[in-house]
Structures are given as structure tokens and as C-alpha cells.
Design a protein around this ligand. Structure first.
Ligand code: MRU
Length: 371
């Protein structure tokens, strides 16, 4: 959806006047092309999530919530609809395994519609629930921005002669949520308030979400940033050139252990060794209340071709994939790693900041204590 400046600032929306069509920015084409894609059917949703046309834990959660609505619509006149619906919703839930947001969203929808006998009512409730969930996620990101801002302000006040230098990994901006982002929300707010910031953007191999998405977002917003290779962060920290690390989360366990894009753990280790504060910004939809620690978080493995090939814009202006490895080499492609809570300085949530441990999390979310 484009704003009055005709640039995108939102990753998913309902097609104008057509509640049956969900529109997304197809993130596979960024930063080279701005392609909007219609999601009309549950299959479109499943494909969009697994092919990473949409990605980022909060965004795939919201997409899944609309996926449940589209499923009910799609099978409305099917004589065997209950079986189809069950199977399809299971597929939506399993479209990507690591982010808990997918499951959070699907359970929310199932809870909302279970017990309703009128099918039309079910469809309407599923649509309203998805809209409400999307609004909750937008509001959570706005709050994360507000709650994280003092971290940046404090660092700036300590050293007002230069920008606050923030390192981030992967993309946890508005492309990964609906609006504003998680890790980038405090950065955008600081920028709006004229606090000088400079973002070190990890390229984030193999899919280069840093290079392709975070750098694009920051360029659009006019936020000063430099791309760095994935191996550079530790060196910059040793040089005293990183004031703060903020990343997102795909799933945080009750003890603060956090699964995020592969390579996050290495940044946390380097931050610990260099006394650099390492924060994880997340909405509560990314907390897995059923997991005491991160040992059982499923780690997505993706196609080895994502490692063996790289994609970019050719001299003739075409998006092309080229091979970068020997023909006989194999590759392993783990999508995420788990950073232990003990390496995380704190969590930035919609309810405020807390320590990355059970006590800290439950103090912010006491209603979850009895689960
Ligand atoms: O594989 P991706 O691009 O979906 O991975 C995304 C991340 O790792 C993000 O940091 C995470 O989902 C948080 S997004 C606010």
C-alpha cells in the first residue's frame, strides 16, 4: 500500500473495496522491482509464506490469519468442506516451521470460529478476527518503537558528537511486520525525532534480507546505513564502532532463548565479548508460552540452492540467479539459530523492556503465569 508520497510503507493490506483479496508486496523482487501480488485462495497464502513472498515472523502470522479466512471462503460450497478446511489450515500452520506467529494466528482464528454453527457468520468472524489481529500487531510494533527509543536516546545523550551506531541482522522492519517493524521500530522513531543514527546492516546470507530488504527500507526512509558482510560485525564491535545490537525474533521461549535468522547467535557472542548491549525486539505473538527453553524450537532447513546460487540484477536489468559454488559441492541451509537468553541484554516488547528470562517475561505478561 502506497502512502501520499507514493512509496510503500506497509507490507500487506486488503484490496480496496474487495475484502476477498489480500494484497502483499512480493518481497522476492525487492529491491529491484516493487511487485504487488494478490492472494485470492488458501493455496496462494501457503505458497506466499513458504516461497517467502512474505516473510518475517509477525507478517507471516497475519498472512496466516487471513489464510484461514480465505480457506473458509474457498470451501464454502464444497460438500466435503470440513475435511478440506482442516487439511488446508494444517498446511497453512506448517508453511514455515520456526516462527511461532503462524501457530499463534491459526489458533486465534480456530478459537474465534469454533462453536459457531452458521457458516456465513464463521466467514465474517474469521475476517474480523484477522483484521483485529493485524491491528494488534501494528499497535505492538508502534509500542516496541516507543519502548526501545529510550535505549537509543540514552546512548546519544552519552555521546552527542556522533550518531548512535546500531547493528541489525536480517530484516525486522515493516516488511517483516505490517508497519514500522520490531528491531527497526525504535530506529525509525529515533530518526523521526532527529536523533542521529547509523545502522550497520548485516547482509544476511543466503537470502540477503539485509542487503535486499533492510537496506531498501532504510534507503526509502532516509536513514543512514552501511551494508556489511555477515562476518564483519564482530570486528566492528572490537573497534568500538557498535553501540547497540537490535534483532528480531521468530520464537522466544520462556527463559528468553530466541530463534532468529541464522547468524544472530554469532552476533550475540561477539556482543557479549565486547560489552555491547544486545537486545531482541518482539511482539508477544513471537513468544512460545509452551516452551521453557529454546532446545525444542524447530529449525527450518531450506533448499541448498539458496546457498549454492546467488540472485541479483544483471547488467541488462534482469533479476538473475548465478551459481557461486563448484558443481560437486553440497550445501546445508539452516534458516535460524537459537541465541541463549543469557547472551541477550534484554527484550523490547509492546509491554516494555524485560530481562530475557522467565521472571522478566512473566513480570510483563503475568496473565501467562498459569499456562
Ligand atoms: O527467513 P525470514 O526472512 O522470514 O527471517 C526473518 C527473521 O529472522 C526476522 O528477524 C524475524 O522474523 C523477526 S521479524 C520482525
Amino acid at each position: 500500500m502506497k502512502n501520499e508520497n507514493q512509496s510503500f510503507s506497509r507490507s500487506l493490506w486488503i484490496s480496496r473495496g474487495k475484502s476477498k483479496v489480500i494484497q502483499i508486496i512480493d518481497q522476492r523482487f525487492l529491491p529491484f522491482r516493487e511487485v504487488v501480488c494478490d492472494l485470492n485462495t488458501p493455496e496462494d497464502v501457503i505458497r506466499a509464506i513458504s516461497n517467502m513472498q512474505v516473510r518475517g515472523a509477525p507478517l507471516i502470522g497475519v498472512t496466516a490469519a487471513f489464510g484461514v479466512y480465505l480457506t473458509l471462503l474457498h470451501f464454502k460450497d464444497n460438500p466435503d468442506r470440513e475435511a478440506h478446511i482442516e487439511k488446508t489450515i494444517r498446511k497453512i500452520r506448517q508453511a514455515r516451521p520456526t516462527a511461532i506467529n503462524l501457530k499463534t494466528a491459526v489458533y486465534l482464528q480456530l478459537n474465534a470460529i469454533s462453536g459457531l454453527s452458521n457458516y456465513e457468520k464463521k466467514i465474517e468472524v474469521a475476517f474480523q478476527t484477522a483484521l483485529k489481529y493485524m491491528d494488534t500487531e501494528i499497535e505492538a510494533c508502534r509500542k516496541i518503537g516507543e519502548n526501545g527509543l529510550p535505549l537509543i536516546e540514552t546512548l546519544y545523550n552519552k555521546n552527542p558528537s556522533r550518531p548512535v551506531r546500531i547493528l541489525t541482522h536480517c530484516n525486522a522492519g515493516w516488511l517483516a511486520t505490517i508497519e514500522k517493524g520490531t528491531a527497526l521500530a525504535p530506529v525509525y522513531l529515533a530518526h523521526e525525532k532527529n536523533i542521529p543514527v547509523h545502522v550497520w546492516v548485516d547482509e544476511t546470507r543466503p537470502r540477503n534480507q539485509g542487503t535486499r530488504l533492510t537496506a531498501w527500507e532504510l534507503s526509502q526512509a532516509g536513514v543512514s546505513h552501511s551494508l556489511i558482510t555477515d562476518n564483519t560485525g564482530g570486528f566492528l564491535m572490537q573497534q568500538g564502532k557498535v553501540d547497540l545490537v537490535i534483532t528480531g525474533s521468530d520464537r522466544t521461549a520462556l527463559n528468553g532463548d530466541t530463534a532468529n535468522k541464522i547468524g544472530t547467535y554469532l552476533k550475540a557472542l561477539a556482543a557479549k565479548d565486547n560489552g555491547v548491549p544486545f537486545f531482541v525486539a518482539l511482539p508477544s505473538s513471537s513468544i512460545d508460552w509452551s516452551l521453557e527453553n529454546g532446545d525444542k524450537i524447530p529449525i527450518e532447513k531450506r533448499d541448498p540452492d539458496e546457498v549454492l546460487f546467488i540472485e541479483g540484477l544483471s547488467a541488462s536489468g534482469k533479476i538473475e540467479k548465478i551459481k557461486i559454488a563448484p558443481d560437486k559441492s553440497m550445501a546445508e541451509n539452516y534458516g535460524f539459530d537459537v541465541t541463549p537468553g543469557r547472551l541477550i541484554t534484554g527484550l523490547i516488547t509492546e509491554k516494555g523492556l524485560c530481562k530475557a528470562n522467565r521472571k522478566g517475561i512473566l513480570k510483563l505478561f503475568p496473565e501467562k503465569s498459569g499456562l
